[in-house]
Design a protein around this ligand. Structure first.
Ligand SMILES: Nc1ncnc2c1ncn2[C@@H]1O[C@H](COP(=O)(O)OP(=O)(O)OP(=O)(O)O)[C@@H](O)[C@H]1O
Ligand SMILES: [Mg+2]
Length: 294
């Protein structure tokens, strides 16, 4: 049995299905005002953006941008995210089980673009922030798209890349609080040609270590670029103690998921979230053991 198959077997019990919200994908795209399908910058209006050192997160605007479930579907969605977050929090904090080394750094990954990483990161962050004794730090490490930074109106703010580039900038000085209790944000920062090297640098390891030293309740949720399309994502995987692999059910070829998992190698804590899942897509399809047709 190959390493990938072993990983898949290990994950089989842990896979969680995220249903799609009622709005179709095209609905989500047309409600997003930018024409690149990547959502909008909430800070452009009066509701979003940085006021002092705090970011105003507008849930209605997040919803309009297709990154939150409609209100009537929230209870069902919330229930799913509760199931997803529980083991992640145990691994991150060691409360209720064994702590995973660097478990407080959780990378949200996917094989290809558009599988729901940003959607998952934001919804997981909001869900985790409701926990007692957990302080969520949303890290925008998809530095090319900077989707979260733009959504929150902090696309131009000092962020992760600036902290990595300039050792004199303390990471704490770039972290922005938000109007959501227990939720803060580290924007992507200023992009340059050395982005991959910065994310792969020893400074990245140091930064990820120090964010937990500052506040031991901190759990960093790291939105990242697709594994099969960028080298940056591999660097992020190196510093993450846990990886949540988002798979767009019925959209992502099985071969792509297997290739992405092989990039992660023998990573000790990978869990799979089947996003926009319907009953017609058996989880077994993604484990390399498709159901046999007779
Ligand atoms: N569970 C879900 N229910 C409904 N819509 C979803 C769900 N997950 C993702 N989407 C929609 O799918 C689209 C792509 O999602 P998202 O931006 O999170 O993907 P991504 O993996 O971050 O993409 P990229 O690789 O381009 O950054 C968005 O328009 C989002 O609204
Ligand atoms: Mg994204």
């Amino acid at each position: 049995m190959s390493l990938v198959q072993k990983t898949l077997r290990r994950m089989q019990e842990k896979t969680l299905h995220m249903p799609t919200r009622t709005a179709s994908r095209s609905d989500a795209e047309t409600t997003a005002p930018t024409n690149d399908g990547e959502g909008r910058r909430l800070g452009q209006g009066t509701q979003g953006g940085v006021a002092g050192r705090s970011v105003e997160i507008s849930l209605p605007e997040l919803r309009a941008a297709g990154l939150l479930a409609p209100e009537d579907e929230e209870p069902q969605m919330a229930q799913q995210y509760r199931r997803i977050k529980r083991p992640l929090i145990v691994n991150a904090t060691g409360r209720g089980g064994a702590r995973t080394p660097n478990g407080h750094v959780i990378m949200v990954a996917s094989a290809l673009a558009g599988e729901g990483k940003t959607f998952t990161t934001i919804n997981l962050a909001l869900s985790m922030s409701r926990e007692k004794d957990v302080h969520v730090l949303l890290v925008d490490a998809d530095v090319a798209k900077a989707h979260i930074s733009r959504l929150f109106g902090v696309g131009e703010a000092t962020g992760l890349l600036d902290v990595l580039r300039d050792g004199r900038i303390a990471v704490e000085s770039a972290i922005l609080s938000t109007n959501v209790p227990n939720l803060s944000v580290l924007p992507a920062g200023t992009r340059s040609h050395e982005t991959t090297e910065l994310l792969a640098s020893a400074r990245m390891e140091e930064v990820m270590r120090t964010i937990a030293q500052h506040d031991e309740r901190r759990v960093a949720l790291v939105d990242s670029p697709p594994l099969l399309l960028t080298t940056e994502s591999h660097a992020i995987a190196q510093v993450a103690g846990q990886v949540v692999m988002v798979v767009r059910a019925a959209g992502t070829p099985q071969s792509a998921v297997l290739a992405a998992l092989s990039y992660l190698g023998d990573h000790p804590a990978v869990s799979l979230v089947l996003n926009q899942s319907t009953a017609s897509v058996p989880a077994s399809y993604y484990y390399g053991y498709p159901e046999q047709s007779s």
